[in-house]
Design a protein around this ligand. Structure first.
Ligand code: M6R
Length: 594
């Protein structure tokens, strides 16, 4: 998964393309590059390992009005400058997002013809193939190449014979074209050009096009002309990344607002509510699926729906779902949760579910994302754009939507009233949890050198423990694991000593004393215990090494409140260890490879 941008028009293309790449760094930031026609019409390439900011220093002021750019998350080949895009072969200069699964065979055929390669990437092979097959008809060559590549691709390239055009091809990876006045834009996500235009064309799979300053001509892979459908994207543009000290922290502090918007939006939409009731009342099996944090939100969703609705719910990791020959039929609802709506495993899970006749409900933060195209119903988290790699505000809004759905499916009017009242209080309670920030910063400094950190909880605190642990691992590189508190004594307790921190999450009334029992087992083995709880008295009696007291709330709300100190803890430990929490190593915000 990578980010692509492109520009043709009257502005300085380098600036538009590089600014756009900054907005797309959530898709990868191993290396970045730009290919352009300079003011003399000469094709130039500049690329560099590392963040887009490094490339900006190299190329921001270059002249020229037509360029393509790329920010990379390495799939084939090391994250170095040679493997950075664009790749240049003969007349062509190309950027690519996706994976050409059959690249090895294509490469060896080209090598037999004498072609030399400078990188280890599958993308350079695509560029070389274009060059090899080119006979003066670019469109024809594009169609032939597109049909030869197996896998997924969003491609943008320049050709030396057409200095005022960008060529694009799409299959299974997102690509959008922005249309302005005498200028056009190309991007993996329209957020990259949102400040210039809101007129967007989303390319469909198996489409290719020619972009110039007057717009887009669209074709299928057999060169048949296709109609261009322009949509209005009204995106919230988050301004210049340089001015924000940390997106991770900023986004955690946006949680109260995100919760308010998500609930208001859901309850104001009668059509969505009646469609929700319709879909769930006609089906008797429910599967929740997603990856990473989105999967952790599914775990909370399962507890919530089983508790409120007494509805049996299954959870499946999307990355496992399609390989298990899952029992899914027309009586099943598959709820796919994805902040980006582009995660390849989650998308494939929805495709499989659809092919077996199931209804698909998408919970996503990006209203125009690929996942929405496979869905019978889209529930929109209104978290606003999430830039930091660690999912924070999107997680709480996903959980909130599970609760909102429970409230409209629940047949007991008293319970519904109660849930809605709780949801109203939620943004305020979340703001109270944010007040713990200073205290957490001190605790983070104290514990940032621990050998390992375990998170434990029972009931709804168990999925929360897995999320707290994922967040910590992701932005601090510390070893960590989330457990059901009762499981500790079945093996993992052997790992506990004075170098280990155990974070006990105790928010569920019925099981609070049981979790404190597990924490006693930890402290009597010399482990340090940090308690996150709404039961201050019990925690003081226990005598924790550190205590974070949460505002009181009912069980179902607690995952959305208690996760805030866990996210802040991960953030502050990351800073204390000298890591940039916004861009942890080896990761990318949107994982569009399987
Ligand atoms: O965009 P998605 O919600 O589908 O992304 C799924 C995971 O890749 C994502 O939640 C990942 O685990 C986060 N970086 C965790 O903070």
């Amino acid at each position: 998964m990578c980010g692509i941008t492109g520009y043709i028009g009257k502005r300085k293309a380098c600036q538009v393309v590089l600014d756009g790449l900054c907005m797309l760094e959530y898709r990868g930031y191993d290396s970045a590059g730009i290919g352009l026609f300079d003011e003399k019409g000469k094709m130039q390439v500049a690329k560099k390992a590392g963040f887009v900011s490094g490339l900006k220093k190299l190329a921001y002021d270059r002249q020229g009005c037509c360029a393509v750019g790329h920010t990379r998350w390495a799939t084939h080949g090391l994250p170095n400058t040679a493997n950075a895009h664009p790749h240049k072969c003969g007349r062509f200069c190309l950027v690519h997002n996706g994976i050409a699964e059959n690249f090895a065979g294509l490469k060896s055929d080209l090598q037999k013809k004498g072609k030399k390669f400078l990188s280890q990437t599958d993308s350079e092979v695509i560029c070389a193939l274009l060059d090899d097959l080119y006979d003066g008809d670019v469109l024809d060559t594009m169609g032939r190449v597109a049909k030869m590549i197996k896998g997924s691709f969003a491609i943008a390239f320049l050709c030396n014979d057409f200095k005022d055009k960008i060529f694009v091809i799409k299959k299974n990876s997102p690509l959008a074209i922005g249309l302005g006045k005498d200028e056009s834009f190309v991007a993996s996500d329209p957020v990259a050009f949102a400040k210039y235009t809101d007129k967007t064309v989303y390319l469909k799979d198996n489409e290719m096009g020619i972009v110039d300053k007057n717009g887009l001509q669209l074709f299928d892979f057999c060169k048949n002309k296709k109609t261009v459908h322009i949509q209005n994207t009204n995106l919230f543009c988050d301004g210049d990344g340089q001015k924000v000290k940390s997106f991770t922290k900023k986004e955690i502090f946006e949680i109260p607002r995100a919760l308010r918007h998500t609930a208001n939006d859901f309850f104001a939409d009668d059509k969505i509510i009646s469609k929700t009731i319709d879909i769930f009342s006609k089906n008797d099996k429910v599967i929740l699926t997603g990856c990473g944090t989105a999967y952790n939100a599914c775990l909370v969703g399962k507890y919530t729906w089983e508790k409120v609705l007494r509805l049996p719910v299954q959870t499946e990791l999307a990355s496992e779902f399609r390989y298990q020959n899952p029992i899914v039929d027309k009586n099943t609802v598959v709820v796919a949760v994805s902040q980006s709506g582009e995660t390849a495993d989650t998308l494939q899970a929805t495709k499989l579910a659809k092919s077996r006749g199931a209804k698909v409900v998408a919970i996503t933060n990006v209203s125009h994302s690929s996942i929405t195209k496979n869905a019978d119903l889209v529930l929109h988290t209104k978290a606003g754009q999430e830039v930091a790699v660690a999912a924070t505000k999107s997680y709480v809004t996903q959980i909130l939507l599970f609760l909102c759905v429970a409230s409209v499916l629940c047949k007991q009017s008293k319970a519904v009233k109660e849930i809605k009242k709780q949801i109203d209080d939620l943004p305020y309670l979340a703001s109270k949890a944010l007040l713990l920030d200073d205290k957490i910063s001190k605790l983070a400094k104290e514990h940032c050198k621990k050998q390992g950190v375990f998170f434990v909880g029972r009931g709804l605190d168990y999925p929360l423990a897995t999320e707290g642990s994922l967040k910590l691992k992701e932005v601090t590189y510390m070893h960590s694991q989330g457990f059901a508190a009762g499981e500790l004594k079945h093996g993992s307790l052997a790992l506990v000593d004075k170098n280990v921190l155990v974070v006990g999450i105790v928010t569920q009334k019925k099981v609070a004393d049981k979790t404190f029992n597990a924490l006693h087992e930890v402290s009597s083995r010399g482990g340090k215990v940090l308690v996150v709880t709404q039961f201050e008295k019990m925690a003081k009696e226990f005598g924790a090494d550190g205590l974070l007291c949460l505002p009181g709330a009912t069980d179902l709300l607690m995952p959305m409140i208690a996760v805030i100190p866990l996210q802040l803890f991960a953030y502050h430990v990351s800073v204390a260890r000298g890591i940039n929490p916004d861009k942890p190593r080896n990761l990318a915000k949107s994982v569009t490879v399987e």
